[in-house]
Design a protein around this ligand. Sequence first.
Ligand SMILES: [Zn+2]
Length: 226
Amino acid sequence: MQYITGIHGNERVPVVALASIGVPQIVANERALAINQRFIDTDMNRSFGRDGHCYEIDRAREVLESLTDEPLIDFHTMSADSEPFSIVVDKKMIPLAKTLGLPVVYMKRNIKKGYSLINHHDGVSVEAGIHDTQEAYDMTKLIHRRAEFGAEIDVDVYEVYDKIIEPGVYKNFVEQDGFYPVLAGERAYDFFGLKAKKVYGVVGNTKVSKTFVPGSSPGRPAKGVI
Ligand SMILES: [Zn+2]
């Protein structure tokens, strides 16, 4: 397993938490971290695999070149008042995500336009908690322990199928208007959040367990950027 931290420079807690327990990590956006800003030139998690040059695009290229073939865990924190969750863009990463013990959000490639780290390397992104909180610090260390232990945990799995364009008050993973909202609360969103459906877990009194069919795509694909 490889651990990536600090893709966003205002998400410092996972960097410090892993350092505190001596876990090797690739700290992605050191210049933005040094000034506690999300980025220098552009959002690094929209910079992987892009042509051109600026600090984040060049650094994203370096990060990809420094990775081994091992899967990775990419740590983030968020401004949304939400429980922690994990994100995958490839169905085959769902078993790895389940070992982390957090709700799993499966986003198809087109939702991040293909330029996030996990679009370019097998792995899972984690929203470990709210920026600069003790909870996010403790959760980062717990997630690391679970990742190293490697046992799958029975968690809810959500599949994103659209973006939220209606203004409203949404709470992460609390069903409303027929969907489950997924939000990280960053200004980087150009929409309110994402609509997901639960594909594994309990809905009402019923256990749902949808079998994934490669290539099937219920619902309208989202075109937003996060
Ligand atoms: Zn982030």
